[in-house]
Design a binder for this molecule. Structure first.
Ligand SMILES: Nc1ncnc2c1ncn2[C@@H]1O[C@H](COP(=O)(O)OP(=O)(O)OP(=O)(O)O)[C@@H](O)[C@H]1O
Ligand SMILES: [Mg+2]
Length: 468
């Protein structure tokens, strides 16, 4: 129980850890996604917008410069006004784009101001050119546009180029940033997923182990119960052994009395060699008989000892072995109760079994039959025991003609504490334990049915995997 609760604790702790890691992974992913989207947004706002704006400024400057040339080359006032209008339109665009650059430029704003001032100062030069044109000093206007004006535009372009380069470099930095974020996210996600997989695998192993432990504890507990119920049968067994021993003990007593009588009555004439030979033969025969009876007694007591041994070891046997051992304990008791025993052993297979547990099942069933015969006062009581090999194992059938089991209790007799033997203080555990032994410890089947004049118990022991 204690073991179970600590493993439960471990499982809960591991699940909490997995949950915590998953949450961390989730938070981390969200942060990284926000970071990436931030980078994208900044990438869009700064480099793209600034690059576009600065490039527009450059083209507009070129256009302005070209239209300034149109201004100085104008043949009449109309041409002059049209060209000036164009220059003004592009100028407005340039101012608008400067505003964009001011807002989004991430570098030193002073650089933008310098370009802006340069642009503003160009206005004086242009105004001067226009004034000269109005005054009709065309050549002077052309000269200023070509020299001072061109030079100013060149400087302006150069200054704006600095902004373009900065914006471009910034774009590359953002791409690099995004790539770095992507790589760290991938690596951290892989590591976290690996840790999670390892954790989940360990949790599963732990669960499997604790399930296995619980299963073996349950089986251990059942083996103990089987042993306890076997001990509880001690009283009955002693009475069976008493029956079993009565006959050989009686026989030994009879033989001894016979020997003593022969000596006392001086039946043999020891003065003749024939008499000496006869007494020798007589005693040899009787001693052999006693030896045979003693062997019987020893066998019964050995089988009884096997029955009480808590043997947890599987043993490969043919079915006649546990059957004979069980019968050696109960045979005389059956005989005393005038129960005729019919044995038909046809099975040749050997199977790995817990022998004493199997003996316990057999003795339970034999004893139940004996009780039923006694209860029903059956005259020609017969107990038929047969074994046969079947496809998937061995089938043992134990059938009696004691009247059978009433239909309405047929599905209850394997329940714990179900007994109809109130007077005899039946525990009602015999068949319950038998079923556990056969079905859970031996992966077999224990069934009952009413046939002819009585009931038939069938034990199927399967060839393969005994469950322990
Ligand atoms: N061969 C049989 N013929 C008729 N009834 C039987 C036979 N075997 C078992 N039963 C019925 O099944 C019931 C349950 O048997 P089970 O061996 O579990 O307990 P029990 O024999 O009553 O008690 P205990 O085994 O402790 O002496 C019996 O009380 C009896 O009613
Ligand atoms: Mg019983």
């Amino acid at each position: 129980m204690k073991h179970k609760s600590t493993s439960d604790k471990k499982v809960i702790q591991s699940f909490l850890l997995v949950g915590f890691l998953l949450t961390l992974l989730g938070i981390f992913s969200i942060i990284k996604i926000i970071e990436l989207s931030d980078i994208t947004a900044r990438f869009y706002q700064h480099p793209l917008t600034v690059t576009n704006a600065t490039q527009s400024i450059q083209t507009d400057l070129t256009s302005m410069h070209r239209y300034m040339k149109d201004v100085v080359l104008a043949k009449d006032n109309l041409e002059l006004q049209t060209a000036l209008k164009k220059v003004n339109t592009y100028e407005r665009n340039v101012y608008e784009n400067f505003e964009v650059v001011f807002t989004y430029y991430l570098g030193d704003k002073q650089e933008v101001s310098t370009s802006y001032e340069l642009f503003k100062n160009w206005k004086h030069i242009r105004d001067k050119v226009v004034a000269l044109m109005h005054e009709g000093k065309k050549d002077e206007a052309i000269a200023i546009t070509k020299e001072k004006g061109a030079e100013h535009v060149f400087l302006l372009n150069k200054s704006i180029e600095t902004l373009v380069i900065f914006a471009h470099n910034k774009a590359e930095l953002f791409v690099q940033d995004a790539n770095n974020t992507k790589h760290t996210s991938i690596i951290i996600t892989i590591i976290t997923v690996l840790i999670l997989l390892i954790l989940i695998a360990s949790i599963m192993l732990m669960l499997l182990r604790s399930l296995k432990n619980a299963e073996s504890t349950r089986i251990e507990h059942e083996h103990q119960m089987v042993m306890q119920s076997r001990l509880a049968q001690m009283g009955e067994m002693i009475s069976m052994i008493a029956h079993q021993w009565r006959q050989p003990l009686g026989a030994i007593a009879a033989v001894s009395i016979d020997m003593k009588m022969k000596l006392e009555l001086e039946t043999f004439d020891l003065s003749t060699s024939q008499g000496q030979k006869d007494i020798q033969d007589f005693f040899n025969e009787r001693v052999d008989d006693i030896a045979e009876f003693t062997k019987n007694l020893t066998r019964t007591i050995n089988d009884f000892r096997d029955f009480y041994k808590q043997n947890k070891e599987l043993k490969s046997v043919t079915m006649s072995e546990p059957l004979n051992k069980a019968l050696n304990i109960i045979r005389a008791s059956l005989k005393t109760n005038n129960i005729e025993l019919k044995e038909e052993y046809r099975s040749m297979k050997t199977l790995a079994v817990y022998e004493s547990e199997l003996m316990q099942v057999l003795l339970n069933i034999f004893k139940n039959a004996q009780d039923a015969f006694e209860g029903e006062q059956i005259k020609n009581a017969q107990l038929l025991i047969s074994t046969q090999d079947v496809d998937d194992g061995i089938l043992i059938k134990i059938c009696d003609n004691a009247g059978g089991i009433e239909q309405h209790i047929l599905d209850k007799i394997f329940n714990p504490y179900f007994s109809t033997k109130e007077a005899k203080n039946g525990t009602g555990l015999g068949l319950y334990m038998s079923k556990i032994i056969i079905e859970e410890h031996h992966n077999g089947e224990l069934r009952v049915s009413n046939v002819n004049e009585g009931s038939c118990f069938e034990i199927l022991l399967r060839d393969h995997d005994v469950n322990d």
